[in-house]
Design a protein around this ligand. Structure first.
Ligand code: ZN
Length: 454
């Protein structure tokens, strides 16, 4: 195989090797996997909100702890998440990013982190105006639209980062904000991302507030179409599934996150049958808590089997397709398949790894059995970013040391089950008190408010 200009130039047999050639004896080359939905900063919150219900996780962990993250911490969280994803064979990541602080500087820090670590990035720039959310998430519609347009323009010629609008959800974004996101996608010829029907409550709430369930509401707004990536789509009725297919909308499916938060099970075979295009996402690192698309392939297949009580509900080839080619297609990327002309985003796996034994069907083994340990080498846009199991772009030990330093002493507020609130490391370091200091200037939603999507 010959790589040139970030793409696969040719695939052919060679009689002799050149000094610059890489030989992969005993390895198989796979297309890099595509993580169609993530929130990278949430990796820094991993372990803080486990075993809580959704409202507890959001109000006691996500909101107060995301207030602690300055730009440096946002970039560190992104680097931490990107590094883990690359080591697990994900070559593209969608970061649905909403810590804007009324500007684009934080988003630019995430884009820079992706470049440094070496992953392909789709920065889904959040557009958010629900007044119950932390202030730093929120912007007036006109400002969000202008900043998103500027960020798209700034990266139009970027080879490994693309920006797409992301109105948060039918409840996190007003009708005007959702329309603004869609109009930008139309004008700039991009896709747009929106959380849809993650929790059961959302259908009732959207029906109450807008007179229609989420997919019907989006259709009424005129935004349900081929540019839309609906995230989750757990609670759709039969007609909404048909409507999504009829409008050629796409789904970013996050099975592990849906299980972790107890959301429910998206009806993937029915959505596929209706013509909905699907990619797989890990969602944020504190609602999964792993960042592996190979893992999501396995979960996709197993979860559907449990739902319909059929071991043949969704096979390995389909799960692999969703995590690679289909995921790239819904994002508008020329990746996810090994063929001349496609982006050179590749993963080598060690066929000698025990998890790939016995050597029966490689594709089935990759989906159902492979350990992430088997991933030895990763290329993104032709650049070798993992070599013999080690990241070559950043010093992973130093990265982890910085994560430890930042999160030292972090723990869930005392009223909540979670890690014990004991200061660790530095003797005498006091455990922070998020309720007192971190919620300053932050209007937490009333406890009886409905939760919103992750
Ligand atoms: Zn999300």
């Amino acid at each position: 195989m010959t790589l040139a200009g970030g793409r696969i130039a040719a695939i052919d047999r060679v009689d002799r090797t050149e000094p610059a050639d890489v030989t992969l004896a005993g390895k198989a080359l796979l297309p890099g996997t595509v993580n169609a939905h993530c929130h990278t900063f949430q990796s820094l919150l991993r372990g803080l909100g486990d075993d809580l219900d959704f409202a507890g996780w959001r109000d006691r962990v996500l909101y107060p702890f995301s207030e602690r993250l300055d730009r440096g911490a946002i970039a560190l969280g992104a680097s931490f998440a990107f590094a883990e994803m690359l080591r697990h064979g994900a070559t593209t990541c969608v970061d649905f990013f909403y810590l804007q602080d009324e500007g684009n500087e934080n988003a630019e820090a995430v884009i820079e982190a992706a470049r440094a670590v070496g992953i392909r990035l789709v920065l889904a720039r959040g557009m958010y105006d629900w007044e119950g959310a932390p202030k730093r998430y929120r912007e007036p519609v006109a400002d969000a639209a202008r900043r998103t347009r500027e960020l798209i323009a700034a990266h139009r010629d970027d080879e490994t980062a693309v920006v797409q609008p992301a109105p948060h959800s039918p409840h996190g974004a007003s009708a005007a904000m959702i329309r603004a996101g869609w109009e930008l996608a139309e004008a700039e010829d991009t896709r747009f991302h929106i959380h849809v029907a993650e929790g059961r409550y959302e259908g009732e709430r959207t029906l109450q507030e807008h007179g229609a369930t989420p997919i019907r509401y989006l259709d009424r707004l005129g935004v349900l179409g081929p540019r839309m990536l609906g995230v989750h789509c757990v609670w759709l009725d039969d007609e909404e599934i048909e409507l999504m297919g009829a409008r050629h909308a796409a789904l970013a499916y996050c099975p592990s996150s849906n299980m972790f938060l107890g959301d429910g099970i998206t009806r993937v075979p029915e959505l596929r049958k209706a013509g909905v295009r699907i990619g797989l996402g890990t969602d944020g690192g504190c609602t999964n808590n792993r960042l592996s698309v190979f893992e999501e392939m396995r979960m996709t297949s197993l979860l559907q089997r449990v739902r319909v009580l059929d071991g043949a509900a969704l096979d390995a080839a389909t799960a692999f397709e969703l995590g690679t080619r289909s995921g790239a297609e819904i994002l508008g990327l020329d990746a996810g398949v090994i063929a001349p002309g496609r982006l050179a985003d590749l993963v080598a796996v060690d066929l000698d790894d025990a998890s790939l034994h016995p050597r029966t069907d490689l594709l089935k083994s990759v989906v159902y059995a492979m350990s992430d340990r088997a991933v030895t080498d990763v290329w993104v846009h032709g650049r070798r970013v993992v070599e013999s199991g080690r990241l070559v772009t950043v010093d992973e030990r130093r990265l982890l040391a910085r994560v430890r330093e930042l999160t030292q002493g972090w723990c869930a507020p005392p009223a909540v089950a979670g890690p014990k609130c004991e200061p660790q490391g530095r003797p005498g370091a006091a455990a922070p008190r998020p309720e007192a200091s971190e919620t300053k200037g932050l209007r937490l939603p009333r406890r009886d408010d409905e939760p919103w999507s992750t």
